[in-house]
Structures are given as C-alpha cells and as structure tokens.
Design a protein around this ligand. Structure first.
Ligand code: HEC
Length: 391
C-alpha cells in the first residue's frame, strides 16, 4: 500500500514539476527572445525613456512591447514579476528528490560499490553536496570575477565538471545525475531569488521615489539571467536523462554529462545570437557533429560468448531472472518498494525478456540492473544473460 501511495505522489509531483518547469523556462525563453529582438523605437517613444520596442502577433492579436532604458516615470499599477514559476519548479523538484531518491535511497541513491552509506548518511551527503555547489556559485557571483563574463563561464563550467566527477564517486550513477540537476536547478532558482528579484525590487523602489534607477542593478541581474539561459538546456537534459541508462550508467557517466551539457549550452548560443540577428548555422552543425561523435565513442562493446561457453537455454535464463530480477520485475513484485513492475518491464518468461532486448542489454551491460545490485547478480550470470539475449 505504501509503495502504491508513493507511486501516486511520484506521479503527481513529477507532473506538477514539469508544468511549473515549462512555465518557467517558457517565460525565460520568451524574455531572452524579447530582449534580443528589440528594435530602435521611434523618437516619441525615446522621449518617454523607451530604449527598445517590438511588434508581435499571437493568438489573433497585435502586441506592442516596449522596454524602458531605466524605468518608467511613475510606478505602474499592475506589475508582473514572473517569479513563482521558478520557485514552484524548485519546490516541486525538491519534493521529487525526496520522494524518489531520499525515501528510495537504497534503490536509487546509494551504490555500495562506490560508497557504503546508510539512508540518512546518503540524504545528508545529497543535501550537503547541493549546498556546497550552490555556495561556491554564490561566492563566485559576488566576487570580482563577475566582471569578466567569459572567464566566469569557463571557471563555472570547470567547477560543475568537477562536481559531476565527484558526485559519481559518492552516489549511484542515477543519483549523481539528479544531484547535478539539483545543484544547477538550485543555482538557477537562487539566481531568481537572491539576484534577479532583489535587483528588480531596487529598480521598482527607485521608480517609486521618482529617481532614476542605478544601472548596476540591471547589469547584475543580467549576468545571473545569462547563466540561467545557458543552463536551461543542460538541466532539461538531466530531467529526461533518467530514461536513458546508457548515459548515466556509462563507465564515464560523469564525463558524458559534462560533454552533453557543453554541447547543449553551445547549441543554446546559436539561438542567443540568432535573436540578435546573427545567424550562424555552423554552431548547430558543430553541435550535431559533436553529439554524433559522442554517441560513437560511447557505443557499447559487442557481446560475444566466451570460447567454449554454451548459450543458456530459455529455462536457464528464466531461472537467473527469477533469482535476480523478478523480485521487482513481476506483475506483483515481492520487493516492498514497488507496487507494479518497474518501467512496465515484467521478466517472468523468456518471451517477455526477449521482447525488450534493446533495453535489457544496455541495462545489464552498464551494470544499471539489477538496481544497486541488490539481488547480487554475478558477473558470469550477467555475461551469460547478455549472450542469451543477443543470440
Ligand atoms: C530492486 C528492484 C529491481 C531489480 C532487482 C531489478 N530491477 Fe530492473 N528496474 C528497476 C527499476 C526501479 C527500474 C526503473 C528504473 C528507471 O526508471 O530508470 C528498472 C528498469 C529496468 C529496465 C528498463 C531500463 C530502461 O532502459 O529504462 C530494464 C531493462 C531492467 N530494469 C532490467 C532488469 C534486469 C534484467 C534485472 C535482473 C538482472 C533487473 N532489472 C532487476 C528495479 C529493479
């Protein structure tokens, strides 16, 4: 019953998290596009302090948008802030982290072959890992380094790459990926809460006092929002990555994450330039080529039976799966953590297993399954099962 309730909580918060994330990132994409697409306004608008404007058509209506160089003469009656999208995404994300990885730490967060931990130690390590990542970013963004955007970007990338490696030393592969997602997501929500919102409040306060706002607030908020912009594609990759064990369960899973994040941020650069009227398709082509090279480099080794080794019979394969897999992968799992077969995969007959070989082989080859090797599958059984699957 408990597992069943957690399944529902899992579904509800994942759904909620995706909706909030769509709203946040959608608004963020829209404003980046808006900012980069502003045109030189006519003189009468300039006289009012408007620095750029644009026209758009959507949903059957014309929209005229104007951005003030500093601020309007008086405080608008109704000012929209766009902050709850970010906070809701973060909050629902933390709930998901708790439900999936902290309640289910034994299955999803701890990998005893990397580091032996109790559930509470793992939770402490997870929260500590996120706190350190965010603290380092906040220290960097408040240091003089913020005046050199390129160097900042480079050092931030190096730091996150290090954290990716480090997370794979402590947590299970999937737990490591999600903790990188949690660091990046918390940095991004923190950018809104600690940087962008205070800067905007200062802007509004200045307008209220009838003063012209100090441009340094806008510039500071801009740096944080630029970081968020480049982090959007990598974090969305991490959000969907748990469907692709070939990435995080790879022998060099931490490096795969670094490479994919680099390619994604690079691809984002194409759109940022394009909004400003600079179209460089070479960036997208280069990103696509890098992705293909990465896929080729990650390709798994061919599975071959060892000399003199007979391929398992179907009955022998089923017997291995009964020992190592069906406590979870059954119509009614006996493992108390699961109310139904995980990932919808039932492994009670040979036909059921052979119908999903394309998922079975990578899951076995990368060591992703059995989860956390809770059922203590031997290397020989793993090898034999893979040979049987690919016969
Ligand atoms: C302790 C429970 C448990 C055991 C034991 C277990 N699995 Fe899984 N398995 C899971 C869970 C949970 C998922 C879903 C994971 C996810 O969403 O990434 C899963 C997913 C899978 C998938 C789908 C992976 C994908 O590509 O999405 C395959 C294939 C799989 N298991 C095969 C096996 C095989 C083969 C064994 C036995 C050798 C095994 N599992 C043992 C819990 C288990």
């Amino acid at each position: 019953m408990e597992a069943y309730i957690f399944e529902w909580l899992n579904m509800f918060f994942r759904w909620f998290h995706v909706i909030a994330g769509v709203a946040w990132i959608g608004a963020s994409f829209y404003f980046v596009w808006l900012d980069n697409s502003l045109e030189n306004p006519p003189q009468w608008k300039k006289d009012k302090g408007i620095g750029g404007d644009l026209w758009a058509i959507h949903g059957g209506g014309f929209y005229e948008v104007a951005k003030y160089k500093l601020g309007p003469e008086s405080e608008p009656e109704n000012l929209h802030w766009f902050k709850w999208e970010a906070y809701t995404t973060w909050l629902t994300g933390m709930v998901m982290l708790w439900i999936v990885y902290y309640v289910g730490a034994e299955s999803f967060l701890i990998d005893n072959s990397r580091m032996e931990m109790t559930q509470w130690q793992a939770i402490g390590a997870g929260l500590g890992f996120i706190a350190v990542g965010v603290a380092v970013y906040e220290a960097m963004v408040r240091s003089p380094l913020r005046h050199n955007a390129k160097l900042f970007g480079l050092i931030l990338f190096g730091f996150l790459a290090f954290m990716s490696w480090f997370s794979h030393e402590i947590f299970s592969a999937r737990g490591a990926y999600i903790h990188m997602g949690a660091i990046i997501g918390t940095i991004m929500a923190g950018n809104v809460f600690l940087g962008i919102m205070p800067a905007q409040s200062a802007l509004v306060a200045a307008v209220k006092r009838g003063e012209s706002p100090d441009p340094k607030y806008g510039a500071f908020a801009k740096l944080r929002s630029t970081h968020n912009n480049y982090l959007t594609l990598p974090i969305i990759f991490i959000m969907i990555s748990n469907h692709y064990p070939m990435t995080y369960s790879h022998e060099f899973g931490w490096l795969v994450l670094v490479a994919i994040s680099f390619i994604a941020a690079f691809a984002r650069h194409f759109f940022n330039l394009r909004h400003r009227g600079v179209t460089k398709p070479s960036i997208l082509v280069a990103a696509a080529i890098m992705l293909v090279i990465l896929a080729a480099a990650m390709a798994p080794a061919k599975i071959e039976a060892q000399k003199g080794e007979a391929v398992l019979t179907d009955a022998q394969a089923v017997s291995i799966m009964q020992q190592r897999c069906t406590s979870c992968h059954a119509v009614s799992p006996t493992n108390a953590g699961f109310a139904s077969a995980p990932a919808g995969i039932v492994l009670e007959t040979a036909e059921q297993a052979l119908a999903v070989t394309d998922k079975m082989i990578p899951a076995l080859q990368t060591g992703y399954m059995p989860l956390g090797n809770l059922t203590q599958m031997t290397d020989q059984e793993r090898q034999q099962l893979m040979v049987w699957l690919s016969k």
